[in-house]
Write a protein that binds this ligand. Structure first.
Ligand SMILES: Cc1cc2nc3c(=O)[nH]c(=O)nc-3n(C[C@H](O)[C@H](O)[C@H](O)COP(=O)(O)O)c2cc1C
Length: 212
């Protein structure tokens, strides 16, 4: 198994997935990795809905696609590529995003990461679920499976949560569509560290990352 740093460096969004089923013992491992993460006060207000039912996935996909058609698609069509991403790469990402949108419900299994409503204001709330989500993405990669962190369904949060059958007071924060990837894992593409990291003062270069 690759070491942790190699896994982190190659945990890319894998949006094209095979229909082959994912064994439950692997899903269990992924969930164990998720719940190893920190969460505020160790209150464990997280909940994870494993979804295999095609009808439920399709009912959510309708909102996920609506959000693409109305917001995300037009944004990709008009926005310049982000730092470190060439125009070609951005186009390929757009087409992969579109592919996942059309095939969202065909991923053999989803893990929907949820939180029970708590006292934290909106800006803090996600901090008790996204470490678990990232742990699960790393575990998925380590097991040779593929996934993508998706949150777009939240543009229609009420409708998507209703389609998922979530009770009052529980909200979804991410959907991980999981399956065996069609493509190969490769290195993640980001901008240079020196574009994002400062020392002591905003925009003051940190010499340790000058070359990276
Ligand atoms: C908060 C967040 C929300 C995201 N939501 C979606 C989504 O709804 N659909 C999708 O296809 N990708 C989504 N992504 C994946 C990003 O687009 C992706 O991580 C980014 O383009 C970098 O590509 P990489 O993961 O292949 O390195 C999301 C990522 C994050 C961190």
């Amino acid at each position: 198994m690759p070491d942790l740093f190699e896994i982190m460096g190659t945990t890319r969004s894998m949006r094209r997935l095979k229909p082959d089923p994912v064994p439950d013992d692997l899903i269990k491992k992924i969930l164990e990795a998720g719940t190893s993460a920190a969460n505020g006060g160790n209150n464990q207000t997280w909940r994870f809905l494993v979804v295999k039912d095609q009808a439920i996935k399709k009912a959510v996909q309708v909102w996920y696609k609506k959000a693409f058609d109305e917001v995300i698609g037009p944004r990709y069509a008009t926005q310049a590529p982000p730092p470190g991403i060439t125009g070609d790469k951005y186009k390929r990402q757009h087409s992969a995003v579109e592919y996942l949108t059309e095939h969202f419900h065909e991923a053999p299994v989803w893990i929907v990461a949820c939180l029970v409503d708590g006292p934290n204001p909106a800006r803090m709330a996600g901090a008790s679920i996204y470490p678990a989500v990232q742990n699960m993405l790393l575990a998925i990669r380590a097991l040779g499976l593929g996934s993508t962190l998706t949150t777009r369904h939240m543009l229609y949060a009420k409708e998507a949560d209703a389609a998922l059958g979530l009770p009052d007071g529980v909200h979804s924060y991410a959907i991980l569509p999981i399956g065996y990837p069609m493509g190969k894992f490769g290195p993640v593409g980001r901008g240079k560290l020196s574009d994002f990291v400062f020392l002591d003062k905003w925009e003051q270069p940190y010499p340790a990352v000058a070359e990276s």
